[in-house]
Design a binder for this molecule. Structure first.
Ligand SMILES: Nc1ncnc2c1ncn2[C@@H]1O[C@H](COP(=O)(O)OP(=O)(O)OP(=O)(O)O)[C@@H](O)[C@H]1O
Length: 256
């Protein structure tokens, strides 16, 4: 029974005789994330547990994320702290980033983004993605629940699907692990990410197709400038040569 359902650890549970669970802070498809207190350092940490119900694949994702966080060091990515297995569960311990994900801001707090604000967040996101690409990695899961704001500074989390650029697909990869490991995959995600932000200030009017068939270009009343940027990111028109190129062009258009 326990293998089919994931029962989150109760508050005050001790993990590895060191981490005290304070609360569950995230439930992703493959992991449960707890805010814990580390008895040794006294710090708050984020502990990710691979979901047992997702079997070997969830453990592989956690192992991959562990490996990546160990090799990637950036103040705006979670820092790797520890990895352990206890009672058949695998855990990754990383620095805790307090703050709100873009998903919380839009869907729970009702925050809206206009074009200027959307471009400014996109630039901040690309400023994290460009060094990632330059170190030879692609994130492959750049979605609004994986981008977090802490005191107006942007942080990137969830490196479980990240891969080396050009790496062959892993043999046990699932349908969710299907994006080609190339910069363009992240750029396309950023295009969708921008659309989520822009739809936050969209109110359907009488001209909105009731059957949901209208494209974003028809529904959102966007300037040509941002429309072209999104179309290039989504490769609807000529794609950017690289994320560095996208950042350069978006910065230039944001400053005019
Ligand atoms: N280091 C961290 N600091 C603070 N909160 C975190 C941290 N890591 C994860 N979270 C919280 O937990 C949520 C889920 O985390 P994460 O996306 O890494 O899990 P996942 O199982 O890979 O999820 P998904 O199904 O979205 O891929 C995040 O949206 C965030 O709210």
């Amino acid at each position: 029974m326990r293998a089919w359902r994931d029962y989150p650890a109760e508050p005050r549970t001790q993990l590895a005789s060191r981490y005290t669970v304070l609360k569950l802070i995230g439930e992703g498809s493959y992991g449960l994330i707890y805010l814990c207190e580390d008895a040794i350092s006294g710090d708050f940490v984020a502990v990710k547990q691979a979901r047992c119900s997702k079997g070997r694949f969830a453990r592989q994702l956690l192992d991959r994320e562990t490996h990546i966080l160990k090799s990637l060091k950036h103040t705006q990515f979670p820092a790797y702290l520890n990895h352990f297995t206890e009672k058949l569960h695998s855990y990754l311990v990383m620095s805790y980033l307090s703050g709100d994900t873009l998903e919380d801001l839009i869907f729970e707090q009702g925050k809206t983004y206009n074009e200027r604000q959307c471009l400014s967040v996109t630039i901040q996101l690309l400023e994290l993605v460009v060094p990632l690409h330059q170190q030879g990695w692609v994130h492959l899961d750049l979605r609004i629940p994986n981008v977090l704001f802490q005191k107006n500074k942007l942080y990137l989390i969830d490196f479980g699907l990240a891969r080396r650029i050009g790496e062959a697909p892993c043999p046990s990869s699932s349908a969710e692990d299907h994006k080609p490991p190339e910069e363009q995959s992240d750029l396309e995600d950023i295009g969708h990410f921008m659309l989520f932000m822009l739809y936050s200030s969209f109110t359907p009017d009488v001209n909105t197709a009731a059957d949901g068939t209208a494209s974003w270009q028809e529904e959102l009343n966007l300037s040509l400038k941002i429309k072209h940027i999104i179309e290039r990111l989504l490769a609807v028109t000529t794609p950017y040569a690289s994320s560095a190129h996208a950042l350069e062009e978006i910065r230039a258009s944001h400053n005019v």
